[in-house]
Structures are given as structure tokens and as C-alpha cells.
Design a protein around this ligand. Structure first.
Ligand SMILES: *[C@@H]1O[C@H](CO)[C@@H](O)[C@H](O)[C@H]1NC(C)=O
Ligand SMILES: *[C@@H]1O[C@H](CO)[C@@H](O)[C@H](O)[C@H]1NC(C)=O
Ligand SMILES: *[C@@H]1O[C@H](CO)[C@@H](O)[C@H](O)[C@H]1NC(C)=O
Ligand SMILES: *[C@@H]1O[C@H](CO)[C@@H](O)[C@H](O)[C@H]1NC(C)=O
Ligand SMILES: *[C@@H]1O[C@H](CO)[C@@H](O)[C@H](O)[C@H]1NC(C)=O
Ligand SMILES: *[C@@H]1O[C@H](CO)[C@@H](O)[C@H](O)[C@H]1NC(C)=O
Length: 220
């Protein structure tokens, strides 16, 4: 009778042990894959409003052209971008309000890991007359400001699977000098306080999913 007990204990412990090793290995792999997930980085690399160039006299007064940069910083994940909506606003300093002046939709696309993409586009503005803006602008001081809002959803490709969609709503302020160009040389990064919240909830959800998985395997 005691011998049989011993025999029973041995394989039980072994199964428990391999189960533990297997699940902790899997947990580590999933943790590595999910925790290292970083959102794509968006920035405005160039921004040109021809009518605001003090040298130019006869230009298309409604055109705004820009270069949007999208970077996937993940080492092991591709990113599926849904159609990406960009909305442009003009800033009225006198009453601190933004007025919509343009929009464009960039078609969906896939981006491999560690890849950078550029979308160079131009739009026709509406609503606010940029010609009037130029007339009002005092010489020398370049305080014309625009805002660009971005709205899209992305899915990450992890090995052969795709994650669910993650909404991204970000914005950036772009100041333009008296030559009609972006007043700083560096790219301007889109940001949002809300995006940090999204990141955190994703983290918590992934952690809970891992816990459930872990105990699921342990109890088998
Ligand atoms: C505008 O004209 C001035 C001189 O008239 C010149 O120095 C400057 O480079 C010009 N800027 C652009 C953007 O053409
Ligand atoms: C400005 O460009 C748009 C196309 O981007 C064109 O439809 C429009 O006629 C142009 N306006 C002028 C005044 O050239
Ligand atoms: C702010 O002022 C501009 C003109 O100065 C006007 O067109 C715009 O409607 C104003 N916006 C608000 C929210 O009052
Ligand atoms: C986007 O811009 C077009 C003109 O280019 C305009 O007709 C349309 O209403 C705009 N869409 C939104 C959502 O503002
Ligand atoms: C701005 O500069 C132009 C010449 O470049 C001059 O004719 C005009 O009077 C100036 N305007 C102001 C408000 O200083
Ligand atoms: C953009 O400018 C407005 C007005 O100055 C400011 O309230 C807002 O916080 C700025 N946004 C960012 C992302 O800097």
C-alpha cells in the first residue's frame, strides 16, 4: 500500500513539473511578445503652405502639402493600418480656437517590422482664407499655427496571428514660418494623453489573459 502511493506520487509530480515548465515558458514568450508591443510613431516631417511664403505672389492659395512619417518600432511585429483620417485645423490666436480647414484619408496598408513609411500628400483647404491669414500676419513674427489630428485603427501581426484593432487618436501642433514652411527642422511627433491610457488598459488585459492561460494550463 505505501509503495503504490509512492508510485502514484512520482508521475504526478513529473507531470506537474513539465506542466509548470511548459506554461512558464509559454508565459515568458507571450509576455515578451505582448509587453514589447509598441504603438506606431507618427510625425509630420515637412509641412508647406505656399500662400504663407512671403516671397511668393501667385500661388495656389488653398494648397497645403505635408509629409507624414509612420514608423513601426517593433522588432517582431508587423502592423496593419486601417484607413487613416487626417484632419487639419487653423488656430485663431485671438480667441484661442481651432477651425477645420481640411481633411484627407490615407488608404490602409501593411508595414513590416522596423519599417518606416512616408506619405507625401497635398490637400485643398476650405473654410478659412489662408490669403487673409497672410495679410494679417505681422512681418517677422511667425505665429501661424495649424493642428493635424490623426484617427485610425491598427492591428499587430504576431507570428501568424493578428491582434484585435487598437484605436489611435492623436494630434500635433505645427507652426509655420513666413516662408510657409514648418518652423522647426525636426519632425513633429503626434501625441495624446489618451494614448497612454489605452496602452495601460492593453497591458492590464494582456496580463489578465496570461493569468487565465497560466492557471488553465496548471489545472490540466
Ligand atoms: C525670400 O527672399 C529672400 C530675399 O528676397 C531670400 O533671402 C529668401 O531665401 C527667400 N526665401 C524663399 C523661401 O525663397
Ligand atoms: C488649386 O489647386 C486645386 C487642386 O489642388 C485646383 O482644383 C484649383 O483650381 C487650383 N486653384 C488655382 C487658383 O489655381
Ligand atoms: C474665432 O475668431 C474667428 C475670426 O477672428 C472666427 O471666424 C471664429 O468663428 C471664432 N471662433 C470661435 C469659437 O469663436
Ligand atoms: C473633407 O474634405 C472635403 C473636401 O475636400 C469635404 O467635402 C468633406 O466634407 C470633408 N469631410 C469632413 C468629414 O469634414
Ligand atoms: C511688412 O514688410 C513689407 C515689406 O517687406 C512692408 O511693405 C510692410 O509695410 C510691412 N508691414 C508691417 C505691418 O510692418
Ligand atoms: C496645441 O496648441 C494649443 C493652443 O496653444 C494647446 O492648447 C495644445 O495643448 C497644444 N497641443 C499640443 C499637443 O501641444
Amino acid at each position: 500500500m505505501p509503495r503504490r502511493n509512492n508510485e502514484n506520487e512520482q508521475p504526478n509530480c513529473c507531470r506537474c513539473c513539465t506542466g509548470f515548465l511548459f506554461s512558464s515558458g509559454l508565459t515568458a514568450l507571450l509576455l515578451w511578445l505582448t509587453l514589447k508591443s509598441s504603438s506606431p510613431k507618427y510625425s509630420i516631417e515637412s509641412f508647406y503652405v505656399p500662400v504663407l511664403n512671403k516671397n511668393s505672389t501667385s500661388v495656389n492659395s488653398t494648397t497645403i502639402s505635408f509629409d507624414l512619417r509612420l514608423k513601426n518600432e517593433n522588432r517582431n511585429k508587423g502592423i496593419y493600418y486601417d484607413a487613416l483620417d487626417l484632419t487639419f485645423f487653423y488656430y485663431f490666436p485671438e480667441n484661442s480656437s481651432f477651425s477645420e480647414i481640411g481633411n484627407i484619408t490615407i488608404p490602409e496598408f501593411y508595414q513590416g517590422h522596423l519599417k518606416t513609411a512616408h506619405r507625401v500628400e497635398s490637400i485643398r483647404s476650405y473654410g478659412v482664407s489662408l490669403k487673409d491669414v497672410k495679410m494679417k500676419a505681422p512681418n517677422g513674427s511667425s505665429t501661424t499655427m495649424f493642428r493635424v489630428d490623426l484617427d485610425t485603427e491598427v492591428r499587430y501581426k504576431i507570428m501568424l496571428s493578428r491582434t484585435k484593432r487598437h484605436r489611435m487618436r492623436l494630434g500635433v501642433n505645427v507652426t509655420v514660418n513666413d516662408e510657409g514652411a514648418k518652423s522647426v527642422d525636426r519632425g513633429l511627433r503626434f501625441s495624446s494623453a489618451a494614448s497612454h491610457f489605452n496602452g495601460l488598459t492593453t497591458l492590464v488585459r494582456n496580463f489578465l489573459a496570461l493569468l487565465i492561460l497560466y492557471f488553465g494550463i496548471i489545472s490540466v
